[in-house]
Ligand binder design. Structure first.
Ligand code: NCD
Ligand code: ZN
Length: 343
């Protein structure tokens, strides 16, 4: 049977929630990855080092026995974040970055930032203390078409931040467009991007042709095929600016299959396998290890993992759902085949 052995990967963008949902989803991420960047968009958001440490303690409790997993905590930028918050975060080894959500851009982003200029003193402190800025790159203007929101953010906001803070390390999270890929390529080594499995595997037809498929609805929204192709090219290029970030974002099935369905795809159950599929389909399995296991660690200036994992070419069927009744979530590829298996 065909096998692929690579250094243990990390997930550089992941939502694990808290409470009962955390207990349902964390074992999947801990089984797949050695480390994960934990997004801070809880209700209420994680905005201080003390809150991040409490959240970290809750995550550590949820790791199944026998698994080695390190959560890397992030803080949620608000208009009240201060340079002192940045200094305190930089002094704590468990907090590794700040996340910028433009207010209203996505799930639990109401407390985000509405005027980017207003947080420039905080971005200056992040540059000084060498704390990376993780960006949800979408504008929120009501007039801006949802399919254009990332490109417009890149064109009108991101360039200004990069020019003002050239030494600030920035990850443009979950890129979905040619424009975002181009921006990352054109800028310095301080600018990198994560790419999700759903944006590599699917275009917007998957979500909209033959009926609305709410489990493909995430933000930034799936785009047209030319953009998917640009993302695949970036992911398999071997360029260290592009690395794995699942954006695994669980929501109750009842809240996805809803007249006003939530944004987010749950992919932690089969993340590495789904990436392997797309790399294989593009004859680039030899590039998977750099993307999944090296480039993110290098960007965050953390040691690369030393353990290995084995992927086997073997078909299995994803369950229709995970979790107990009150916590039921529908995973990506629910009820369908995945062609690689971890372990
Ligand atoms: C994420 C979530 O549910 O927290 N949803 C999503 O569609 N990606 C938030 C985010 O990363 O935008
Ligand atoms: Zn996310």
């Amino acid at each position: 049977m065909e096998k692929l052995i690579i250094t243990c990967p990390d997930d550089w963008h992941c939502h694990v929630r808290n409470g009962e949902m955390l207990k349902t989803v964390l074992p999947h991420t801990a089984r797949q990855f050695a480390r994960a960047i934990i997004m801070p968009n809880l209700k209420p958001p994680v905005t201080t080092v003390a809150e991040a440490l409490n959240y970290r303690a809750e995550i550590l409790q949820a790791i199944p026995k026998g698994l080695n997993f390190t959560p890397l905590m992030t803080l949620y930028l608000t208009s009240s974040t201060t340079p002192l918050d940045v200094q305190q975060a930089s002094e704590n080894p468990h907090v590794v970055a700040f996340k910028l959500y433009p207010a209203g851009a996505t799930t639990n982003s109401d407390a985000g930032v509405s005027q980017l200029q207003a947080i420039y003193p905080v971005l200056a402190a992040m540059q000084d203390f060498d704390m990376p800025l993780l960006v949800h790159g979408e504008v929120t203007d009501a007039e801006c078409d949802i399919f254009d929101r990332e490109q417009v953010f890149v064109e009108t906001q991101l360039g200004a931040i990069v020019r003002e803070f050239p030494a600030l390390r920035i990850v443009l999270e979950h890129v979905t467009t040619e424009a975002a890929v181009q921006f990352v390529l054109e800028n310095s080594a301080n600018i990198a991007a994560t790419i999700t499995p759903q944006h590599l595997l699917y275009n917007r037809n998957a979500m909209l042709v033959g009926g609305i498929k709410p489990h493909f609805y995430c933000l930034p929204i799936l785009k047209r095929e030319q953009h998917r192709l640009a993302l695949v090219e970036a992911a398999i290029s071997g360029n260290p600016k592009f690395f794995l970030g699942t954006d695994s974002a669980p929501h109750l099935t009842t809240l996805k299959e809803n007249a006003c369905g939530c944004a987010g795809c749950f992919s932690a159950h089969a993340a590495l396998e789904l990436y392997a599929e797309i790399f294989e389909a593009n004859n680039a399995l030899d590039k998977l290890e750099g993307f999944a296991s090296f480039f993110g660690a290098d960007f965050y200036r953390l040691p690369r993992n030393t353990e290995i994992v084995t992927l086997t070419k073997s078909t299995w069927t994803v369950p229709d759902s995970y979790g107990e009744a009150e916590c039921r979530i529908t995973p990506l590829r629910a009820g369908e085949a995945v062609h690689w298996k971890l372990g």
